[in-house]
Ligand binder design. Structure first.
Ligand code: ATP
Length: 296
């Protein structure tokens, strides 16, 4: 998809919010939209989604299925969570058993099961945001647009967002995410689009903008003591590796006795944790009882 010389203002006499913007994003690519409050990030995203039309210029090759989670998900609707998602699934072209199956799987995955019968206006901001994520993903999107997706989400769901984004990218979708809180570290493979003074400057990721996955890349699981998780993440990043995930170590099975002949990925007695895929590098890692991560 490409924004070709796009200009936008909200009224004939209003100031230009965006001027002569030229950006593009391809299948399997992601970009984080950065910039200070009020600079035009949401405006840019809405142009990409198609809910705003350029005052001048044109948006080309927008994918047919666009998933959009606006900054403030409109929860003032007279439906329960289940009714809303079921209706949205039908709007998106799902039918028959696929409707309940798809809604059910997103409800489970995003921890919404307890809210199925709750009316949308009664939801907390974070829970409404999860419903917003679910509706955007009911059909695999060719373009997923997330406006400040981490806003209001609990820690567990914040962890899931990069995973969801990764799945869309692996399916050949493109992802645009705005971020004014620096959560960008969670998407180390994304380009950066910085909005300032009506223009957008682009910094491409070191590689070709495609999330490293599939053939040609290898995921390596490593293990480090929890106290060294942050510095290890930083060192791996500095060496050009992608940090995919950080997770606590799994305790050894009950009754397990370490044996000298055991493979070296066991949790050592000094509390060191197996480390594998890593995402984030944020300071919450320090709170964890053990960390494992993946780097590629
Ligand atoms: N519907 C609208 N009508 C008139 N002006 C608008 C409208 N939406 C946004 N604007 C103006 O356009 C400019 C850019 O707003 P936008 O919401 O795109 O910024 P943003 O970078 O997303 O801000 P934030 O980080 O606070 O979410 C602001 O000056 C805003 O007041």
């Amino acid at each position: 998809m490409r924004l070709d010389q796009v200009w936008l203002r909200y009224g004939a006499r209003a100031p230009w919010v965006l001027r002569a913007v030229e950006v593009e994003i391809g299948p399997g690519q992601s970009a984080v939209v950065l910039g200070r409050n009020g600079v035009g990030k949401s405006t840019l995203l809405q142009l990409a989604v198609g809910v705003l039309s350029p005052t001048r210029g044109v948006v080309r090759d927008r994918p047919r299925t666009v998933g959009w989670v606006p900054e403030r998900f409109p929860a003032d609707q007279p439906y329960t969570v289940e009714q809303y998602l079921t209706g949205m699934a039908r709007v998106r072209g799902l039918s028959g058993a696929a409707v309940a199956r798809t809604v059910g799987s997103w409800v489970e995955r995003l921890g919404l099961a307890a809210y199925r019968d709750v009316r949308m206006p009664a939801l907390s901001k974070g829970t409404a945001q999860k419903v917003g994520l679910a509706q955007a993903l009911l059909r695999p999107p060719g373009l997923l647009v997330l406006d400040e997706p981490w806003e209001g989400l609990d820690a567990a769901t914040r962890e899931v967002v990069p995973e969801l984004i990764g799945e869309v990218l692996d399916d050949g979708g493109a992802v645009l995410v705005s971020d004014h809180r620096g959560e960008t570290v969670r998407l180390p493979y994304a380009a950066q689009w910085t909005v300032a003074d009506g223009t957008v400057s682009v910094v491409r990721p070191a590689a070709d903008g495609t999330r490293a996955s599939g053939s040609g890349t290898t995921v390596v699981e490593i293990s480090v003591p929890t106290a060294r998780a942050l510095e290890t993440v930083a060192a791996l990043r500095a060496a050009g590796h992608q940090i995919l995930r950080v997770r606590p170590a799994e305790p050894p099975p009950t009754g397990h006795v370490d044996h000298p002949a055991d493979p070296p990925d066991r949790v050592p007695d000094d509390g060191a944790a197996p480390v594998g895929p890593v995402d984030g590098g944020d300071d919450r890692l320090a709170d964890r009882a053990g960390a494992t991560g993946e780097a590629s």
